[in-house]
Design a protein around this ligand. Sequence first.
Ligand code: AMP
Length: 218
Amino acid sequence: MITLALSKGRIFDETLPLLSAAGIEVLEDPAKSRKLILATSQPDLRVVIVRASDVPTYVQYGGADLGVTGKDTLIEHGSQGLYQPLDLQIAKCRVSVAVRSDFDYAKAVRQGSRLRVATKYVSIARDFFAAKGVHVDLIKLYGSMELAPLTGLADAIVDLVSTGNTLKANHLVEVEQIMQISSRLVVNQAALKLKQEPIRRLIDVFSRTVAATATATA
Ligand code: AMP
C-alpha cells in the first residue's frame, strides 16, 4: 500500500489532475466527506487528508510514503529526512510583506525603526529582515494575519499572496516580495527504498505531466 498525504483545498484540487494523468481517481471528495483516508481507483494507493503544515511530519515519520506540500511549509518545518524529487508547479503564490495603505514602510525602513511583524512564517520573516538589516519583533500568528495591522497588533505582516484580493479587501498593500512559492512532492526516504517501483512510477508520471503542462502554458 502506498499512502499519499494531501491537504484539503488548493493542494488537493491541483494534485487531482496529476493523479488523473497517472490513471488514478480519488474515489471521494474531501470537501463533502469527513473521511480522512480516501480510497483511489488504484487499490494499492490511498490518500490521507492532513493539515497543510502536518504533511512534512507525516512523510518524515512514515505516516505517509509521500506528500504534496508548499515550499513555504517546507522552509518553516525543515526538510530533514525528506527526499524532494519534484517541483509540481502547483498552488503557486508568493510570500510578501504587506502593510496598511497609510503606513510608510519605506520611511520606517530608511529610518531604522523597529518594526512589529505578525506572521505564521517566522523563520522566513526572520531571515528576510535579518538579511536587510531591519530590526523586527516577530509576532507568531496561526491565521487571519491581515487583521494584525488593522487592529494595531503589528506594523506589517508576512503572508502568502496569490491574486492580492485579500490584501486589497483589507486595505493592505504589498511592499516586498520575499519569495515565489509552489508545491513540492516529498517522499519518505525509507519508503523510496522499500517501495521503489510504484513510487518511481508515480514520480515519473508526475514529472512528465508537469513538463507537458509547462510546455503547454509557455
Ligand atoms: P489572494 O487573495 O488570492 O492573494 O490569496 C491570499 C489568501 O489566500 C491568504 O490568506 C493566503 O494565506 C491564502 N493563499 C494564497 N495562496 C495560497 C497557497 N498557495 N496556499 C495556501 N494558501 C494560500
